[in-house]
Design a protein around this ligand. Structure first.
Ligand SMILES: Cc1cc2nc3c(=O)[nH]c(=O)nc-3n(C[C@H](O)[C@H](O)[C@H](O)COP(=O)(O)O)c2cc1C
Length: 213
């Protein structure tokens, strides 16, 4: 069963494996076969420089300036409830008390370290060349990417949080001025010792979202 993985071993996934993952994901369907996705892998020194700026931004409380807003704001009540429950359950699983502000901030900060991953995919589209459907196509591609990784025993975690600082992405990713970054996907070999990785999320029952007419 796939789940989000938020701690990795230091090993690098070899480029031939990465390429087979990406080629597999590239079989994702898209409207009229438009294939609007762009994918950038950042690793090695480039990733360490990017990560350094992200950690500094988080530590300095840099204001979030996302280039696109992910969803309805405020969240509809039902979604908000699930989001709050997720947050509580994850903190409890990690043994972090709600009132422990320092530990909670450390927990949030893991995002801006890309969970320590040695390799991170960034999904993007060309600026000004997208509509709702383009985002659907990209979502299908992204899920295919996650599945291709999972099929090879590799873990990953989608991240919108890091879209808070698109300026850092544009600074570190050459020729990216015309790209709108959508999501990040830190990935790698799963750290089996990590408490974060043994967390399993809940799901709503079938009758809450599925019906047969
Ligand atoms: C679009 C999207 C953005 C997400 N952003 C983050 C994120 O910034 N940080 C994080 O820890 N998890 C993030 N997640 C992971 C979700 O929290 C996770 O998928 C959800 O809780 C279900 O858990 P599971 O993936 O383990 O099944 C994101 C997932 C999606 C699909």
């Amino acid at each position: 069963m796939r789940k989000s993985i938020r701690s990795f071993t230091p090993e690098i996934v070899p480029l031939d494996v990465v390429q087979s993952v990406v080629l597999g994901a590239n079989r994702a369907p898209s409207s009229k076969n438009t294939q609007p996705w762009k994918l950038i892998l950042v690793q090695g020194e480039a990733l360490e420089k990017l990560r350094f700026d992200y950690i500094a931004a988080f530590n300095n409380g840099k204001p979030s300036t996302p280039e696109y807003v992910y969803g309805p704001d405020p969240l509809p009540e039902a979604y908000k409830k699930r989001a709050v429950e997720l947050g509580k359950a994850f903190l409890t699983h990690k043994g972090i008390a709600r009132e422990d502000k320092e530990k909670r901030r450390e927990h949030d900060g893991e995002n801006y370290k890309f969970f320590g991953a040695k390799q991170v995919f960034f999904l993007a589209v060309n600026k000004g060349e997208f509509g709702y459907g383009t985002f659907l196509d990209c979502g299908l591609f992204f899920q295919a990417l996650i599945t291709e990784l999972d099929n090879r025993g590799l873990g990953s975690c989608p991240q919108y949080s890091v879209m808070s600082y698109p300026d850092i992405l544009h600074k570190h990713i050459p020729n990216s001025d015309d790209l709108l970054f959508l999501l990040a996907l830190p990935f790698g070999y799963t750290n089996k010792e990590s408490i974060a990785n043994s967390f399993v999320t809940e799901r709503e029952g079938l009758d809450s979202f599925f019906r047969v007419i």
